[in-house]
Design a protein around this ligand. Sequence first.
Ligand code: 5GP
Ligand code: ZN
Length: 124
Amino acid sequence: APVAHDAACIFCKIIKATTGEIPSFKLIETKYSFSFLDIQPTAEAHALVIPKFHGAKLHNVPDEYLADILPVTKKLAQATGLAIDSPEGVGYNVLQNNGRIAHQIVDHVHFHLIPKRDEKTGLV
Ligand code: 5GP
Ligand code: ZN
């Protein structure tokens, strides 16, 4: 598998957790991906899943890395109590931005897992 790393990239630094340069709250790590809590969560347990390959946008990342992302996202949804089929109170968004015009800030592909919980009916 091809490997790409950008020494100046904040998410590449997070992946290289051993240096401790940019610490993160790690969730799941696989051969191809790394997931951690978003530092500015829009909801409790807002997570990011990133490929261990430096590509700015989705089309820059090899398929074997991308293929790992959704199964991990699913595991995170299950682990954080979001994987509920009832229509009541609990849901989540999976979001991936490409380019400034599309609200991308960090130029290393990342998938947001954003919990949605109704204040009244969302189980915690
Ligand atoms: P974007 O707008 O690029 O899709 O989202 C970037 C996300 O990365 C934001 O939600 C932001 O809070 C998060 N983020 C930026 N820098 C860091 C960091 O150093 N650590 C963590 N854990 N999240 C970060
Ligand atoms: Zn990177």
